[in-house]
Design a binder for this molecule. Sequence first.
Ligand code: FMN
Length: 151
Amino acid sequence: MAEMLVAYFSYSGNAKKIAQRVAELAKADLFEIKPKEAYSTDYQECIEEARKEVSEGARPELMEKPDDLSKYDSIVLGFPNWCSTCPMVILSFLEAYNLAGKKVYSFVTNGGGGCGNSTADIKNSSVGAEITESINGNDLTDDQIREWLGI
Ligand SMILES: Cc1cc2nc3c(=O)[nH]c(=O)nc-3n(C[C@H](O)[C@H](O)[C@H](O)COP(=O)(O)O)c2cc1C
């Protein structure tokens, strides 16, 4: 049986909710990606932090991560659109592993900006993996999730 991991980062809960549902429908393991140093709970300050990370190409340290992902054939990433791409912690996560041969899906919750540049940025950080185009994660229905992942 193909094994799937759903790994998500969520600041205000939207991506978390979808990630939980995806994991349930796909019978996948669920992992929350968290930075070692939490982002500010003040929205404006958080935006400033995120902007700085993007402009510096930062790879924030993670609180914890699975030892290895070798048992998974596919990884579903879930995250909010931050500054027109994924939060930099997603790239920290991807770059911590050898993802060769794995299939990577991603959904992006957003405030109207869709998926931004997330697909291209994920591709650059996932050498050897098969990267599928990120999809808009706002209001995903169960049927849409099943069709997207072919489950
Ligand atoms: C730091 C930060 C940057 C954001 N940048 C964007 C953006 O560039 N485009 C967009 O559509 N939404 C942007 N948003 C809005 C989030 O993508 C949106 O609220 C999303 O649903 C949050 O998902 P979450 O609850 O899982 O954190 C930003 C939010 C934050 C906190």
